[in-house]
Design a binder for this molecule. Structure first.
Ligand code: XIL
Length: 455
């Protein structure tokens, strides 16, 4: 027994010795032949179900060795260390973003990249692209009223994006300022219709209506009219000649005119504005101008146009009193729609519709733009997604209300500008603003979708 025990101990000792030398051998093989392989960075992304502007990034790198990793979301910020779980990132500005994922281990660094496209009105585009809601222009989405926009003579024949968008989307044109008195009648007995002609000819050639804006407006009367040297009777004759000459020139081409613009004052009681026309022609100057216009072109649709009709019920009353006084000389009311994302209310806009319809007049939602920078923040550099959505909702509301107007009272909706950066409001308020349907690169905004959905 003792012999056996000794034998076992010796055998085990020998076995242990042989094993330990085997271990040494294996260890040497590992050190010599298995070096660390460079990690291959890889990631995937999916568009968030809850938020179309957000993506969820997933690190899909497979590696046996330890590695560290960082993200560059392509937005110009610092790189961000990868952490466990999905990384959620929001993109709110239109553009292309290259996302880079960098993985590093002992053997080196590798990089994976993917580029995503973001459109402000859709959010992050899927790999199939950003789905177009409609291939039609706005004008094809309704056949009960004209969809109009303003333009300037130098833009329309450039042949670029501006011209294309005008032709695709709109079927009514208005001159932003070139068919006002200071441009068409710059000095006594001298007319200049060159810019107006260019706009009207373009519209006629492209099967668009022209809405003439505006024959009489205190803000656009030339100096020589403001300081007219003749008698009151001569002044009135001059106004009659001007209205007659202008409307005769565009007879058959311009289907409608704002004969008088903004005659009602903003001050308490909303009296007739004390313009040179009122001073020289008397309190019934508006009526006289409408009579001259009716005589000059009996087929033209004649509008009285003003602002704050929805926002101020007092001014609304004064405007409808003036319109009532015009009787059959006026065919319609132009309600300028320089409004904001939360003002005026649906009810106040509807009140303008109801008052117009009850009088059997045509209604023009003229000069539509919707302000967003209500804080007058000079430092804003872009339209936030939140404001863009509210603006979309307001465009939809306005167009919805208009769409419900009885067809015999419908006339058109005119947007006061094509691209945000061209809007008169930028200069008028002196702060950044994005009030229109297209951004500065002619991309349709959410506002466009709002207009479309309203139709
Ligand atoms: C503005 C134009 O947009 C500007 O380009 C121009 O300098 C001044 O007039 N109400 C009107 C429009 O009836 O004619 C105005 O248009 C905007 C306010």
């Amino acid at each position: 027994m003792e012999k056996i025990t000794k034998y076992l101990i010796v055998s085990l000792g020998l076995f242990w010795l042989s094993c330990s030398s085997d271990n040494e051998e294996i260890k040497t093989i590992v050190d010599d032949d298995i070096s660390v392989v460079e990690v291959q960075a890889s990631f995937e992304y999916t568009i968030s179900q809850e938020d179309p502007y957000a993506i969820l990034l997933e690190n899909t790198t497979e590696s046996d060795s330890d590695f560290s990793a960082v993200w560059d979301f392509g937005k110009g910020g610092e790189k961000v260390a990868d952490k466990a779980g999905l990384e959620e990132v929001r993109y709110t500005e239109t553009g292309e973003y290259t996302i880079t994922f960098e993985a590093t281990n002992a053997a080196g660094t590798s990089t994976a990249t993917k580029t995503i496209k973001v459109e402000q009105r859709y959010g992050v585009c899927s790999t199939d692209g950003c789905e177009e809601l409609s291939q039609n222009g706005l004008k094809e989405e309704t056949d009960t009223f004209a969809v109009g926009v303003i333009t300037q003579s130098y833009r329309i024949n450039e042949g670029g994006n501006h011209t294309q968008v005008l032709k695709k989307e709109f079927n009514s044109l208005t001159a932003e300022y070139e068919m006002k008195m200071n441009i068409m009648y710059p000095s006594p007995n001298t007319y200049d219709f060159s810019a107006g002609d260019a706009i009207v000819d373009f519209a006629v050639a492209n099967d668009m209506y022209v809405h003439g804006h505006a024959l009489i407006w205190h803000e656009a009367s030339p100096d020589w009219v403001e300081n007219f040297t003749g008698s009151d009777a001569e002044f009135e004759k001059m106004v009659e000649d001007y209205i007659t000459t202008t409307m005769t020139r565009y007879k058959g081409k311009v289907r409608s005119w704002d004969v008088v613009n903004e005659a009602v004052d903003e001050s308490a009681g909303n009296p007739l504005r004390n313009s040179v026309f009122k001073q020289r022609m008397g309190d019934d100057y508006v009526k006289k101008c409408f009579q001259f216009a009716r005589n000059a072109d009996p087929d033209a649709i004649l509008f009285y146009n003003d602002f704050n009709i929805a926002a101020s019920s007092g001014k609304r009353t004064a405007i409808f009193d003036l319109v009532d006084d015009l009787g059959d000389l006026v065919d319609g009311l132009g309600a300028q729609m320089h409004i904001s994302i939360d003002y005026p209310s649906t009810e106040d806009i509807q009140a303008v519709v109801d008052a117009t319809v009850s009088r059997g007049l045509k209604l023009h939602f003229s000069e539509l733009d919707i302000r967003t920078n209500l804080e007058n923040d000079k430092n804003l550099s872009s339209l936030s997604t939140e404001k863009a959505a509210r603006q979309k909702a307001k465009f939809k509301e306005v167009v919805n209300i208009y769409n419900a107007v009885p067809s015999e009272n419908k006339f058109g909706v005119t947007v006061w500008g094509l691209r945000d950066n061209e809007s008169w409001l930028v200069d008028f308020f002196g702060v950044p603003e994005w009030p229109l349907l297209f951004d500065e690169n002619y991309n349709k905004k959410q506002a466009y979708d709002g207009f479309l959905e309203g139709l």
